[in-house]
Design a protein around this ligand. Structure first.
Ligand code: PLP
Length: 273
């Protein structure tokens, strides 16, 4: 990464478009670039949204998503994939079928936008559990997502751990239940894999509810896995990265903040007074 030298590594996001570029595949791509890999984008869904609300959303036809993945696979060795908004069950099914066996995969189980818009329907949520989790390297639910998907009411440190293990039982190699929405131990994530439990702590960021933070975190994990780091180390690096992107987040509309994946280059310029 220094002196113009960079390890050649590819990571690809399979996600939805956010035209305001505060979340979705746009923030994924910015994050991957900032983390030093060549990011790629498989468009799986579209939204019409701005800083204030999601106005509409649309899915991309499953066979077309398969074509997009096939096109990348023909030319590139993708070190890690990452999924974001997948909209519905046919989309989830297409992604699960198109991913070649053995590929590293970070699944961000995006269900709802902060702006209260459903980004994955209920059938899609079920399909994610049955078809995607068994091929997942690491899944990254926040507390509301962990609660809705696992059915375990996550409201303390113990239930965070229980929910994380539930994801392992569904076939994921690792799970991280993120503490960004926690009313307890705020900002501490619970990571579990076969070796056991690990707490992922970071300097508490001065803001919560920063748009696109989940997309950014999962993409940073995928980027570091693509660079060759073991999953546990990739999670630590990603946590540092995402914390900086929150700390130096942009107030892109009055009172509304979004991630700043470029914070390492531009932190003094974008820093809040
Ligand atoms: N829009 C798209 C396309 C997304 O992928 C996501 C999150 O993954 C969101 C919106 C929601 O972002 P947030 O809940 O951080 O506002």
């Amino acid at each position: 990464m220094n002196n113009g030298e960079m390890k050649k590594a590819f990571a690809a996001t399979i996600a939805g478009s956010d035209p305001s570029a505060g979340a979705g595949l746009q923030v994924d791509l910015k994050t991957m670039t900032a983390c030093g890999v060549w990011g790629m984008t498989v468009v799986a869904a579209l939204t019409a949204q701005n800083a204030n609300h999601v106005i509409d959303a649309s899915s991309v036809e499953g066979n077309f998503i398969k074509e997009e993945i096939k096109a990348l696979e023909e030319d590139f060795e993708i070190g890690c994939y990452k999924t974001g908004m997948l909209k519905n069950a046919p989309t989830v099914k297409a992604v699960a079928e198109a991913l070649p066996k053995g590929r590293k995969l970070v699944v961000d189980p995006v269900l709802l936008a902060t702006k209260e818009y459903r980004l994955l329907d209920e059938a899609g949520q079920n399909k994610l559990v049955t078809d995607l989790l068994p091929i997942t390297t690491v899944v990254t639910p926040n507390i509301p997502e962990a609660t809705l998907i696992s059915g375990i009411k996550v409201n303390d440190a113990e239930s965070m751990e229980q929910a994380a293990f539930w994801f392992l039982d569904q076939g994921a190699e690792a799970a991280i239940v993120k503490g960004g929405h926690a009313k307890f131990r705020l900002g501490t994530d619970v990571y579990v894999d076969k070796q056991g439990v690990m707490l992922v702590e970071a300097e508490v960021a001065p803001f919560t509810d920063v748009h696109g933070s989940g997309c950014c975190y999962a993409s940073a994990i995928a980027a570091h896995i693509a660079l060759g780091l073991p999953v546990r180390e990739a999670v630590f690096e990603a946590k540092k990265f995402v914390n900086g992107a929150i700390k130096y987040s942009w107030e892109y509309a009055p009172g509304l903040r979004t991630m700043n994946p470029g914070w390492q280059q531009h932190k003094t310029y974008y820093k809040r007074e």
